[in-house]
Structure formats: structure tokens, C-alpha cells
Design a protein around this ligand. Sequence first.
Ligand SMILES: NC(=O)c1ccc[n+]([C@@H]2O[C@H](COP(=O)([O-])OP(=O)(O)OC[C@H]3O[C@@H](n4cnc5c(N)ncnc54)[C@H](O)[C@@H]3O)[C@@H](O)[C@H]2O)c1
Length: 372
Amino acid sequence: MSAPSVGEAPIRTAVVGLGWAARSIWLPRLLRNPAFTVTAAVDPDERGRAAVAEAEGADRLPVLAAVHDLDPAEVDLAVVAVPNHLHCAVATELLAKGIPVFLEKPVCLTSEEAERLAAAERSGGAVLLAGSAARYRADVRGLYRIAARLGHIRHVELAWVRARGVPDRGGWFTQRSLAGGGALVDLGWHLFDIAVPLLGTAAFRHAIGTVSADFITQRSSGAAWRGDDDGPALPGATDVEDTARGFLVTDDGRSVVLHASWASHEALDTTRVTIDGSGGSATLRCTFGFSPNRLEKSTLTRTVDGTTRPVAVPTEPIGTEYDRQLDLLPAQLRDPAGRGRVIEEVRRTIGAIERVYASARIPREVRVSAPV
Ligand SMILES: NC(=O)c1ccc[n+]([C@@H]2O[C@H](COP(=O)([O-])OP(=O)(O)OC[C@H]3O[C@@H](n4cnc5c(N)ncnc54)[C@H](O)[C@@H]3O)[C@@H](O)[C@H]2O)c1
């Protein structure tokens, strides 16, 4: 955990959106990290505001109903964790006022929203940073180190397949107009994010995929660790996929297979990343995120000339990657070259997601199975 450098005051931080992510991930970490001081919390919903007022260490925070009420002179950073369809509107308002924003994933839902964010970043002169912490996991960093010894990377397979873990089933996460999509924008965003250091800046020349929704209507498919109110098992209450598969090819001739599932036939929630290079291959098996239904430990292997060897990787306490990302935020905020960096990556990610959806959507959009 990083203390502010000598002469640097803690970063005055407003937390915007006081739901599960803010209360479980960001507020507790911000409150215990000396590089930050939380100075305001914002949520239009009385339930979010009340929950924060009851949280340990946050009971005396000024709690506001709208970002409009934040004074740019009093805020160095806004951590934004609102429902997906509001990411762009809330972040552009803050950026245009000159308030730097750390925006949860998915940063935006369309390429057009990416351009609005880029314009607000330019006009307000404030930096946009993005939340997607998987790149900061120790096991993923171990995989990157091995990848550097695999020669030319030819192919990457990225899979995050939960046994059960549909967030807020029946709520905004499972309505396309509010979430922008299902497992692809939610878990798939993290998978695209970890691929960036492997693929560099090459654009995607081709992107196709499929989506399905065979599990989402089952009550048991919910993400129990979130403690959401479990909605009814009505097919009509959801119109997003629980599973998405994609096949993408970069301009420089590398291929990517992506598989994101909120629920499946599996017993455990598993993330699997395989890299095939000209000089060998490597596979990481672990569990991303907060699900308690996880692999006991992370395993990393390297295969060369027919021999597969284990590579030691630490298994960290759940959520360590979020602490690590927070520790790096002060330097990113102060980096004058940081503006525009996130949006460059975001353009490629959202462009690929749009194309996978465009290729996958059949007339009935997503085929939803009957409730079980
Ligand atoms: N990085 C991760 O691992 C991770 C994990 C969970 C969620 N998330 C992301 O965090 C975001 C929030 O997810 P969640 O699970 O907390 O959702 P949630 O529904 O639990 O919370 C969203 C909160 O935002 C509030 N809100 C709505 N409009 C607002 C506005 N205009 N201004 C301020 N607050 C507003 C809602 O009242 C609610 O309290 C989503 O984009 C999600 O994808 C990221």
C-alpha cells in the first residue's frame, strides 16, 4: 500500500455509484489506502446512500445525490461504478468539468461512446483511467513473463467460464438497454484487457462470434456472493447472453479465441489463458474475480518440445489485484502522457465487442431457453 510521497497530499476522491462494486471493492480499499482520502460519495438512490452511511469508516462522508453537486475544486479523482449504460454520461460530465475519472469496466458500450469520452477528456483536460484489475494479478504477471520467452505469439485463448455467476439476475445487468450486453461486455471486457500486453497495438481485422442464453433463466445461476435480490425465473426479464464465444484475427496475423460465460455445466468458476508462440506455449488456470466457487490455486505451465513444466506462481488473497491497481493510480494520475492512453485501448475493445455481437445476433437476438 503506497503512502503519498513527501509533499504530496492524499488524493481527494469521490466515489460515484454506491452499489456492490463501490461498497465491496473500492470504498474499503480507498478508505484504508493512505494515498487517498475519500471526500464524497454520490448516488441518486436512497438505498445506496443509506448503505454507505452505515459502512465502517464511511459514516461521516458527505453523501450527494448527483455528480452535478461535486465541486471540481474539491475533487482530485472520481471513482465511477454506476450501471453500464450510465458510464459514458457520468464520466463525460465529470471529465468535461476537469475531474479525472477512474471508470469501471466496461468503459463504454459503443464506439460512439468511446469518442464522446475522448472528446470530454480533451475538452476538460482531465485524464480517464479504467478499472479492470485482472492485469494486476500476480499469476497473470507471471504469464506475461513466460510469454516474453515464447517467441512470436501466434494465438491466444482466453476463457472465463463460471459454473454459476449471473450478476443481479433480472436486474440491470441482464437487460441489454442498461448493460449493453451480457457475459461478453462483463467478463469478456476483462479478457480483452489482459490480452493487451500480449497483442500490443495491432487492430482486429476480423471478429466473429456466437452468443447463447441457456442458463440465465435458472434461479441457481445467480452470482450468490453479490447478495442480489434474486429475480423471478422469467425468460422475458432478460435479453442478454450468458455465454459468448469469439474468434478474432489481428492485422498482424495473430488469432484470439474468447469464451466468456456467466454460467455453464462446469463445477467450478475457471479462468484459462493459453498462449501459443513460435517457441513454446503456456497455460494459466485460475479463477478471476470474487466468486468463492473457485480453483484452490493458480497453476501456470510452460510447454516446449513436448515437455510441460510447472512454473511457480503465487496464489494471492482474493482481490489483491484491486489493491495493486489502486497503488498505481496516483502515478497514473500525475503522468502528463496518460491522457488518451486508455481510450486507445478502449476503442479496440469496444470495436471488437460490437463486431462479435453484430455477427452473433440472429433475428431473435439471443435464444433464451425455457426456465428450468
Ligand atoms: N472490476 C470489477 O471486477 C467489477 C465488479 C463488479 C462490478 N463492476 C462494474 O461496476 C459497475 C457497477 O456495478 P455494481 O455491481 O456495483 O452495480 P450496482 O447496481 O450494485 O450499483 C450501481 C449503483 O450506481 C447507482 N447509480 C445509478 N445512477 C447513478 C448516477 N447517475 N450517479 C451515481 N450513482 C448512480 C445505483 O443507484 C447503484 O447504487 C458496473 O459497470 C460493473 O460492470 C466491476
